[in-house]
Design a protein around this ligand. Structure first.
Ligand code: FAD
Length: 405
């Protein structure tokens, strides 16, 4: 009987286990996870900051696996063994590394030990919510998706919230300028203050907790607590002596195999070429982690699934009650055509001739899945291009006739 070991039970680990159990119901699956069960929908954890009872658990029927609540601290491929923090050694026939990402903390002078948080796990969000009860103001360092979701949650909790972002705009790389502008305006209307092209030079503390931040412009902002949301690093330190090839993340092939036999990796822990640009990336996106996990699980159980590659821009989120979806190339470069529509809601399309390369949909995200499939497939649209732009394209249009001419 095959013994599968899964390290990390985020969405990549969860979807791998589902796939293994589907293909090899007799196989023995061991999951190593430091987080309490059940697994949950990580993109929703910021809701726990203001509403700790929000149900965010993944609908996970009995996974049919054995769970060790522990953390992997070393990997010895020559013995086919994972070493856990408790000292236990777990043998595998096939191993999946799905340890996700860890928050990156930039160097900031005088960061106090109290009142400073990062946000990755459910427990982090709950701790931020509890601490915020004693605070009037907060600073979120980093205006990406995680930072903005956190700012929104803290504002809902009644705090005065400041966001400090080094780039020219918040949500950098997630949305185009116009889309970002619409969301920024809504955030500012709610009272969230946003400081772009600024860094934090110093933190002024009182009794070991934050009090004020001094920004690179010299501006001083009040903050009784700080949340750092400046991106993630692949969580690979624990296996750094294993001999597996890593760069920014674990290097895998399209079958999600690492450079060592019988060891697979999936999710935020791997780096993978972008489907459109070919440049390597650590995806940081839920849907990519889910798909990679599925491919890895299938291949571990004897299949031969291929992961076609990630779209580095591939977001489906809702911020300040504005749902948005962006995918593929969102800023046109040489040879690409930009088409925008303002009504009934803001939509932007990037075309290369009649091939769709990217979209941004704000407020009305209807049929976005169909457009994302088009981007992935690279299909020529011919005369259906106009229908696509007007939002009246259907699956029947695409599958019912040959649109190449
Ligand atoms: C606040 C927030 C908001 C987000 N919003 C969005 C969004 O709107 N859209 C989107 O696409 N994505 C979003 N993301 C990103 C998304 O959640 C991740 O891309 C996704 O969860 C990655 O899944 P994963 O399984 O690769 O890793 P993870 O979900 O990080 O799971 C990895 C698991 O491995 C465990 N682990 C780590 N080290 C070890 C070890 N040594 N031994 C054992 N276990 C270990 C971790 O504790 C964790 O449980 C958001 C993330 C956060 C934090």
């Amino acid at each position: 009987m095959m013994r599968y070991v899964i390290v990390g039970y985020g969405i990549a680990g969860v979807s791998a286990v589902r796939e293994i159990k589907h293909q090899d119901p007799e196989g023995r699956v061991v999951v190593i996870t430091p987080e309490p069960l059940p697994p949950y929908y990580r993109p929703l954890i910021t809701l726990l900051i203001h509403s700790p009872e929000t149900p965010i658990e993944l609908d996970e029927e009995d996974a049919g696996a054995e769970f060790f609540t522990d953390r992997a601290v070393a990997l010895r491929p020559e013995e086919k063994v994972v070493v856990l923090a408790s000292g236990r050694k777990v043998h595998y026939d096939r191993l999946l590394i799905a340890t996700g990402g860890v928050p990156y903390i930039p160097p900031v002078e005088d960061l106090p030990s109290q009142g400073v948080f990062t946000i990755r796990n459910r427990e982090d969000a709950l701790a931020i919510g509890r601490y915020s009860e004693r605070c009037k103001s907060a600073a979120v360092i980093g205006g990406g998706l995680v930072g903005i979701k956190t700012a929104e949650a803290l504002q809902k909790r009644g705090l005065e919230v400041n966001v400090v972002e080094t780039m020219e705009e918040i949500l950098h790389g997630r949305l185009d300028k116009k889309g970002t502008g619409i969301i920024r305006h809504r955030l500012e209307e709610m009272g969230i203050k946003i400081y772009t092209t600024q860094t934090v030079n110093r933190v002024i503390t009182r009794e070991g907790a934050p009090r004020e931040l001094i920004l690179s412009s010299g501006k001083r902002i009040e903050a009784d607590m700080i949340v750092i949301a400046t991106g993630i690093r692949a969580s690979i330190e624990w296996m750094s002596d294993s001999g597996i090839k890593v760069s920014r993340g674990i290097v895998v092939d399209e079958y999600m195999r690492t450079t060592i036999e019988d060891i697979y990796a999936a999710g935020d822990v791997v780096e993978f070429p972008d489907l459109l640009t070919g440049s390597s990336l650590v995806s940081g996106l839920w849907i990519n982690a889910l798909q990679m996990g599925r491919v890895a699980g299938s291949n571990m159980a004897g299949g031969s699934s291929r992961y076609p590659g990630a779209l580095s821009v591939m977001n489906a989120a809702e911020i300040v009650d504005i749902p948005f979806i962006s995918a593929g190339i969102i800023e046109p470069s040489n040879g690409l055509e930009l088409i925008e529509r303002q009504r009934p809601a803001y939509r932007r399309f990037i075309f290369e001739d009649d091939v769709l390369r990217g979209i941004v949909f704000l407020e009305n995200v209807e049929r976005a899945g169909l457009y994302i499939n088009l981007i992935r497939s690279g299909r020529r649209l011919g005369r259906l291009k106009e229908k696509a732009i007007e939002g009246v394209l259907s699956y029947a249009d695409l599958w019912g006739q040959d649109s190449r001419h």
